[in-house]
Ligand binder design. Structure first.
Ligand code: PLP
Length: 404
């Protein structure tokens, strides 16, 4: 007889995965994947950090290690160290016990648990996010029953920040609304506000009682300084107000598949923070009961040991330096070819991504004629490039831009 699932309709492909599959199936030896958001070496290979390898060896040899369940909120030491990483070791919010941090399934899990908490316990069920933003961002909130709205952010004429538009839209936002902010290395634009602009954003949001929710997936990936890159969050915490943060170790430690991250909620008092934590447990318990131990143990081993921490920062810097160098090399190659248009945004933008300004038609041309893959909005992952492939990409962009 018929399947009991006969009436299940086919869901559409998720775009970023569709690009991955198309790339995999392309037999061309010249093919280039600039679509997926992961770091690659100069040889185009995934990178397992040496310090991660070292931490894993230590963990394997540790006699006291076991695989028993963690608490619902995860590895306690990991939570403490993660809060320090983002808020700073001397953060008064931490010292006053006003922060609750729970170990979640990477940045995605932290955003999802945070959204679920807000849907249940916060009075305003509207979230504003940048236009454009990371493709999965709306999903976390829609799934929790929160209405998604946008604020202007990217100015296509400059490939930079539409700061005026952003302030206007936040100024007109429903009072008390949640505002999703990317701490640094904005995905997909590569455009971040500067610290003076952050200060204006902070003042406006506090004045209007808007609730900041920081997504921190690239802390350290812009300047290689964890403190400098976390500055926007710390400005909001320093004023004594409340906020949420979703921290991810996927990119910054290359732990993508280990799913390591932390949700922090900064509250006005220690008493509120402990009640908030008690409710987070009720949200997590029926979803996956408790998080996995391995990835968080790696992170903990690295963060708590001076020497390994130093090694991590060195490797983090090597990653960001390579990305910065790719920006410069691509910009130079575009200049060399005298390609029409202003390409200075390639070096002005920061982090792993650049929104190149290429349109969907030009992207389709790059894929069809040059086997170069990226999302249709023209976002490229600079870490997908190397000295060897930059000239090829520049030639392809030249052809795409001078097509008509
Ligand atoms: N937030 C942003 C801005 C991202 O770019 C990503 C991944 O690409 C994530 C969150 C989620 O990543 P993960 O769940 O691996 O931490």
């Amino acid at each position: 007889g018929d399947s009991v699932f006969e009436y299940v309709t086919r869901a559409p492909d998720i775009p970023v995965y569709a690009v991955m599959v198309a790339y995999r199936e392309d037999p061309s030896p010249f093919k280039l994947n600039l679509g997926i958001g992961v770091y690659r070496t100069e040889e185009g290979k995934p990178l397992l950090l040496n310090v991660v390898r070292k931490a894993e060896k230590l963990l394997v040899n540790e006699l006291s290690a076991n695989k028993e369940y963690l608490p619902i909120t995860g590895l306690a030491e990991f939570n403490k160290l993660s809060a320090k990483l983002i808020f700073g070791a001397d953060s008064s919010a931490i010292l006053e016990n006003r922060v609750t941090t729970v170990h979640c399934l990477s940045g995605s899990g932290s955003l999802r648990i945070g959204a679920e908490f807000l849907a249940k316990h916060y009075h305003q069920r509207i979230v504003y996010m940048s236009q454009p933003t990371y493709a999965n961002h709306p999903n976390f909130f829609v799934a929790a029953g929160i209405t998604v709205k946008t604020y202007r952010y990217y100015d296509p004429t400059t490939c930079g920040l539409d700061f005026q538009g952003m302030l206007e839209d936040l100024g007109a936002a429903s009072s008390g609304a949640i505002v999703l902010l990317q701490t640094c290395g904005h995905n997909p634009t590569g455009v971040d506000p500067n610290l003076e602009q952050w200060e204006q954003i902070r003042k406006l949001m506090r004045l209007k009682g808007l609730l900041p929710f920081f997504d921190c997936a690239y802390q350290g990936f812009v300047s290689a300084s964890l403190d400098a890159d976390a500055q926007p969050v710390r400005m909001f915490v320093a004023d004594g107000g409340e906020c949420l943060t979703a921290l991810s170790y996927s990119k910054i430690m290359g732990l993508y598949a280990e799913r390591v991250g932390a949700l922090s909620i900064v509250c006005k008092t220690a008493d509120v923070a402990s009640r908030v934590e008690s409710q987070l447990k009720l949200i997590i318990r029926p979803m996956y009961s408790n998080p996995p131990i391995h990835g968080a143990s790696i992170v903990t081993a690295i963060l708590k040991d001076r020497e390994m921490y130093g090694e991590w920062i060195t490797e983090l810097k090597a990653m960001t330096d390579r990305i910065t160098s790719m920006r410069q090399q691509l910009y130079n190659a575009l200049q060399d070819r005298a390609i029409p248009g202003d390409w200075s945004h390639i070096t002005k933008q920061v982090g792993m991504f650049s929104l190149t300004g290429l349109n969907a038609e030009q992207v389709a041309f790059l894929t069809k004629e040059y086997h170069i893959y990226m999302s249709s909005d023209g976002r490229i992952n600079l870490a997908g490039l190397s000295a060897k492939t930059v000239p090829y990409l520049a030639d392809a962009i030249h052809a795409a831009v001078t097509l008509n």
